[in-house]
Design a binder for this molecule. Structure first.
Ligand code: ME8
Length: 525
């Protein structure tokens, strides 16, 4: 019999494994939406993609939160898990694995990994020295302390204490990591984060890393010493392995590992570019191809925090304006590598200018004119004029700009180049004045060509936006009576729509908003 060879290229992408200590907010949403868009983008290009997200459920913080709530830690994380999964469902996040660090198969992996590292001499027993805050039951390093050696959390005095702990020989890996960065120029992105790692963290000797604790209980036990639980990072990072089948499904694991990219916030880039590669080297496993440290979303230039009461949650925004509006704003407004400030007014203005005026208007004009001048049927293009070629040229080459931007996860630049095409198409309407052509029957053939070209341009837009604005892309394709899912190849070719197909104007995609009124509505929501 014939052997089917697998020809699809694989791609593995992850978000951080979030703490289920509170409901997730716009910052977590940002990273997850970005990952989801990358997944869909790669699939559009024909990749077989695996996308992992999940929750990092062990540790002292969660244990304390559960105690405050008067329930067991597992019960606590189970509850928050439900709300996290609901959020991802609401946002149509297309993940393949949702890993919880409390999954039994993962806990077993963590123990095996710990054992393996211990057997190889990569982990040893030692003494952890730190400044202990008794009321907070927390250890701090000297550099974390407030003035006069006070606790950075509560401000009370701390005591220097020693605690037995297991250590990972991170110090061994400094040279190897620097060499790896040098040989793999694209391992850390953006470039500024790489410089930060090299100049701040790898400049001097690395300290061995404490990887166990005996002061709290809520964690995976060290397999050969049940006084200790394995401290968060080995547990959390190895979720990326468990999620694709490490220890459970070898074939799947070999298919997708190493990860093509870990998307992480800038504050945990160090764990992913220093500790994680060192652990993987110690385990003789291949390293991820890229770690992208994205920026933070601030609120009015301030860090979001519960105590300041300035945390933005995605649900009310989705309920009022839909998921595509929120996704568009997140991906277009901020430069992925840099910090940016969330502001409701900026959100409204983007919606009005880019979604209602530019895209909404193009869709509505094009389909209205098809309806008005040709009963909704797609006409045959027969009369080319010079003005057409600049539209066609831009429409059939925009995919290159999108791809160049997406190569480095510059969502904002990718979307800007698509909007460039959308605005060019709107300008084409003004240049060709179909309403004037329609007044004189001798212009019929030219009018048909103009209408066809606008529909074609919209078709290409529907392909290019499909990884980002899934619903909007579907609406446009439905309006054009396209029955197939978009493909990357389709974005590079002109003239694919068939004359004679019946189109139908969709409901308003993005209504124009009264900014002041909506600001009130959103603030109250
Ligand atoms: O750090 N702006 O989990 P976490 C942008 N469990 N992104 C933000 C953000 C903001 N204001 N706030 C959070 C952990 N994020 C560990 C990770 S991974 C093996 C373990 C996003 O719940 C950003 O991606 O604190 C950040 O890195 C992540 O959420 C932190 O989530």
């Amino acid at each position: 019999g014939a052997i089917l060879l697998e020809t699809k290229k694989h791609y593995y992408i992850t978000t951080p494994i979030y703490y289920p200590s509170d409901n997730l907010h716009i910052g977590h949403t940002y990273c997850t939406v970005a990952a989801d868009s990358i997944k869909r983008y790669k699939e559009l290009q024909g990749y077989d993609v695996f996308f992992t997200t999940g929750t990092d459920e062990h540790g002292q913080k969660i244990e304390e939160k559960a105690t405050e709530a008067g329930i067991a830690p597992k019960e606590f994380v189970d509850k928050i898990n439900v709300s996290i999964k609901e959020l991802w469902k609401k946002l149509d996040i297309d993940y393949d694995a949702f890993i919880r660090s409390t999954d039994p198969a993962h806990e077993k992996n963590v123990q095996n990994i710990f054992q393996k590292l211990y057997d190889k001499g990569e982990i040893y027993k030692g003494e952890y020295e730190g400044y202990y805050c008794t009321p907070c039951e927390a250890f701090w390093t000297e550099s974390q302390l407030g003035h006069d050696h006070t606790c950075p959390d509560c401000g009370r005095p701390t005591q220097l204490q020693k605690e037995e702990s297991y250590f990972f020989r991170l110090s061994k890996y400094r040279e190897k990591l620097l060499k790896y960065y040098e040989d793999h120029a694209e391992f850390i992105e953006p470039e500024s984060r790489k410089r930060e790692m090299v100049n701040n963290f790898l400049k001097d000797e690395l300290q061995d890393l404490s990887v166990s604790r005996s002061t709290f209980d809520w964690g995976v036990k060290v397999p050969f010493d049940d006084k200790h639980v394995i401290y968060v990072w080995i547990d959390a990072l190895s979720c990326y392995l468990s999620a694709v089948g490490y220890g459970t499904d070898e074939a799947q694991f070999n298919k997708y590992w190493p990860a093509d990219v870990h998307l992480v916030g800038k504050e945990i880039t160090r764990f992913h570019t220093i500790i994680w590669p060192a652990i993987l080297m110690a385990l003789d496993l291949p390293l991820p191809k890229k770690v992208f440290g994205h920026g933070w979303i601030l609120f009015d230039n301030d860090k979001m925090s519960k105590s300041k009461g300035n945390v933005i949650y995605p649900e009310p925004i989705i309920d009022l304006y839909g998921i595509d509006a929120l996704k568009y704003f997140l991906l277009r407004e901020f430069s992925f590598g840099a910090d940016g400030s969330f502001n409701r007014e900026k959100f409204m203005r983007r919606l009005n200018s880019d979604l209602a005026n530019d895209l909404g208007n193009l869709v509505s004009r094009t389909l209205s004119m098809l309806d008005k001048y040709n009963d909704g049927y797609l006409p045959e293009p027969t009369v080319d004029e010079a003005v057409d070629s600049s539209l066609i040229e831009l429409a059939t080459t925009t995919y290159r700009d999108v791809d160049a931007a997406m190569e480095h996860f510059q969502f904002s630049v990718a979307l800007e180049s698509i909007w460039n095409l959308i605005r060019r198409s709107n300008k084409y309407v003004d240049e060709t004045t179909p309403w004037i052509l329609a007044k004189d029957d001798s212009n019929r053939a030219r009018l048909d060509t103009v209408l066809y070209n606008l529909a074609e341009s919209l078709r290409i837009v529907s392909v290019l936006i499909s990884p980002f604005l899934v619903n909007t892309s579907k609406s446009i394709r439905k309006a054009l009576n396209l029955k197939t899912a978009p493909t990357w190849d389709e974005a590079q070719r002109w003239g694919l729509l068939l004359a004679g197909e019946k189109t139908k104007k969709p409901d308003v995609l993005f209504p124009r908003l009264d900014v002041q009124e909506e600001l009130k509505r959103l603030e109250e929501a």
